[in-house]
Design a protein around this ligand. Structure first.
Ligand SMILES: [Zn+2]
Length: 383
């Protein structure tokens, strides 16, 4: 059955949150978001649930009433970032270790300890604090909210280089800046450079590291791993403390950004989160400039030195081989076709996943295959 198209609906901004766009649609008819959802679409759903994990049927109904494709509507939700920024949207017991301990950059794996955190989602679990870019909002007629402004992912707006500021936004109506909470100090180029990489991951699905392109899923897990490494107490890694101390010294903040007792990054105050993000940006820059030389499993990803293909888990392309020399060209072609099919087809992804896991059920194997699929851009959670 075809539904009547909304005669008035603004185009979404780049990276806009679904709730923000729908609030702007609702304002065209002098409705509130809840009224539009309930009377027009038959759903009672909060703005958070709309952005986080809305029913697919609802997204299809929204697409039918607008000139947007289903894909455009879907891209305005956190759901579209699975499995890149989050592995899946259903909590599991060891999700934290699977995500945060997947990579190690500043500290060897043995110093990371063990942490059981329940009901945790990367970047999402804490109380959301909205931060926005003054210039983005100045340059558009009506206020709106980008999805990324709702997460503690970046310090700045990569489009304008402005520090994101705490605020309250009523899309289409007004913005209220929380000046007493705003941090107005200028940002370093290192922080701006890191945010550009994060924005590239969100918008393009991949990131250019010093001499390698990695998948967005790899970037977010690397970022989250370094945030955790910088939040650990010095006594956890006495033989490596000088490296971490030098990062904080260059940053101008106390050790651990002033954090006293460890909690997952998502549950920390915004002030500490901002300092930890600046700490990560500084650490990446110091590695690039060879001011520090950590020796962890994935440090080489940030090294300015040339790398050999296949020596890191981020490798997305197989090493080039002459067809005359290699006995595997047809196998490689078949694998590439299978991977391409799995990226686009959920059932093919499921079959490939269980093929790779054949005969193996231990957590290390599952983690290994999840990491492989994430690196290849294949969805790997199945309901
Ligand atoms: Zn901006």
């Amino acid at each position: 059955m075809r539904h009547k198209c909304w005669p008035l609906h603004p185009q979404p901004m780049e990276g806009e949150a679904l709730s923000s766009w729908l609030e702007r649609v609702a304002s065209q008819y002098d409705l509130l978001l809840g009224e539009l959802m309930q009377y027009e679409l038959g759903y009672e759903i909060s703005a958070w649930d709309l952005n986080f994990n809305p029913p697919i049927a609802l997204l299809k109904s929204i697409a039918q009433r607008s000139t947007l494709s289903f894909e455009q509507v879907y891209r305005m939700t956190f759901k579209s970032w699975v499995p890149f920024i989050v592995d899946h949207l259903s909590p599991e017991s060891n999700f934290f270790e699977t995500y945060v301990f997947q990579y190690s950059v500043l500290l060897p794996v043995k110093f990371r300890g063990s942490s059981q955190v329940i009901d945790w989602y990367p970047w999402l679990s804490g109380k959301p604090v909205l931060r926005a870019c003054l210039e983005c909002l100045r340059s558009h007629q009506t206020p709106f909210i980008r999805l990324a402004w709702k997460l503690p992912l970046m310090l700045s707006c990569p489009l304008h280089g402005c520090r994101l500021q705490v605020c309250t936004i009523y899309p289409s109506y007004y913005v209220s800046w929380h000046e007493e909470k705003a941090i107005i100090s200028p940002l370093s180029n290192t922080a701006l450079n890191m945010d550009k990489l994060t924005w590239q991951a969100l918008m393009m699905g991949e990131v250019n590291l010093p001499n390698r392109v990695v998948h967005a899923g790899v970037w977010f897990r690397l970022l989250r791993s370094v945030l955790n490494e910088l939040s650990l107490p010095l006594c956890a890694y006495p033989t490596h403390s000088s490296t971490i101390k030098s990062i904080w010294e260059k940053c101008g903040y106390p050790i651990r950004g002033g954090l006293h007792s460890w909690r997952p990054y998502e549950y920390l105050s915004l002030d500490i989160q901002i300092r930890l993000l600046e700490g990560v940006a500084t650490a990446l820059d110091m590695m690039r400039e060879k001011e520090i030389h950590p020796r962890a499993q994935d440090t080489k990803l940030f090294s300015p030195e040339p790398l050999y293909e296949g020596d890191l888990r981020s490798s997305l392309t197989p090493p080039a081989k002459s067809k005359d020399q290699s006995p595997w060209p047809s196998v490689m072609e078949a694998l590439e076709l299978a991977v391409a099919d799995a990226r686009a087809n959920r059932e093919s992804a499921r079959q490939l996943y269980f093929f790779c896991l054949f005969g193996r059920k231990d957590p290390d194997s599952i983690r290994e295959i999840n990491s492989l699929f994430s690196g290849l851009g294949i969805p790997f959670t199945f309901e």
